[in-house]
Design a protein around this ligand. Structure first.
Ligand SMILES: CC(C)(COP(=O)(O)OP(=O)(O)OC[C@H]1O[C@@H](n2cnc3c(N)ncnc32)[C@H](O)[C@@H]1OP(=O)(O)O)[C@@H](O)C(=O)NCCC(=O)NCCS
Length: 207
């Protein structure tokens, strides 16, 4: 898929480390309280998480390459198939305990369980949309949302869904522009206190 200024392609397994680094960078405010003093382990954990999503989570990712070899400027994950939750949960728990120890792994699992989402077979679910700071406001996020929509069409989905935190104004603006509307919201005092995210808004768009 080609835009005037960048090319969007499906991610390959070799992209997982770069996607992981980008996701940690893009959501650093969310991950710092989760990983605490073990931030240096966060990229390894995220890389395992993303590779599990690709192998067992029913998720495919798109990437836009940056200027350097192997650099990923932007990425998004799209879930279109059922997830093998058992394999996902066991794999994630193993990597969390190996890298953080049991107590911190429990804490991370609690915070990372938000927002809660029950997959629907008629919906393509968008997750971890992120654009590297140096590449923002060039239409990359819009391009990735279009790619996600293309995949949703190919897989006969009826809706596109995603969650956004209530305090993420740039993302809210983007999704509003792209025709998403609020379907519901979850409120969490826990994530409100520890992540500064009180509301998780579920947005949806009909296809
Ligand atoms: C939100 C994010 C993905 C936007 O990426 P982007 O590539 O800069 O977005 P685009 O260039 O495609 O912008 C499309 C539209 O979104 C809106 N938008 C994007 N960033 C905005 C900002 N900082 N302030 C206000 N509106 C913004 C604008 O309407 C913009 O259109 P315009 O540039 O013509 O005004 C990016 O800021 C990011 O990675 N943030 C951190 C991770 C994150 O919050 N992801 C979303 C998770 S739900």
């Amino acid at each position: 898929m080609q835009s005037e200024r960048f090319t969007i392609r499906m991610a390959e397994p070799e992209d997982d480390p770069a996607i992981a680094a980008l996701v940690i960078e893009g959501f650093i405010d969310k991950f710092r309280p989760v990983f605490g003093k073990r931030m240096d382990q966060s990229i390894r954990i995220m890389e395992k998480w993303i590779s599990l999503e690709h192998s067992s989570g029913g998720v495919e990712s798109f990437v836009i390459e940056g200027c350097e070899a192997g650099e990923v400027a932007a990425s998004v994950g799209v879930r279109t198939k059922p997830s093998n939750d058992d394999i996902m949960a066991r794999g994630l728990w193993r990597t969390l305990t190996q890298n953080l120890g049991t107590m911190r792994a429990l804490w991370a699992t609690t915070l990372l369980s938000y927002p809660r989402y029950s997959a629907k077979s008629s919906e393509a679910y968008i997750e971890r949309l992120v654009v590297s700071p140096g590449f923002r406001r060039q239409g990359m996020a819009k391009g990735l949302l279009e790619a996600a929509e293309g995949l949703a069409d190919e897989t006969d989905k009826k809706t596109l869904g995603l969650h956004v935190s209530g305090n993420n104004l740039p993302a809210m603006r983007l999704y509003e522009d792209e025709g998403f509307g609020e379907a519901s919201r979850q409120r969490s005092l826990l994530t409100g206190h520890f992540l500064g995210i009180k509301d998780w808004i579920y947005l949806r768009r009909n296809l």
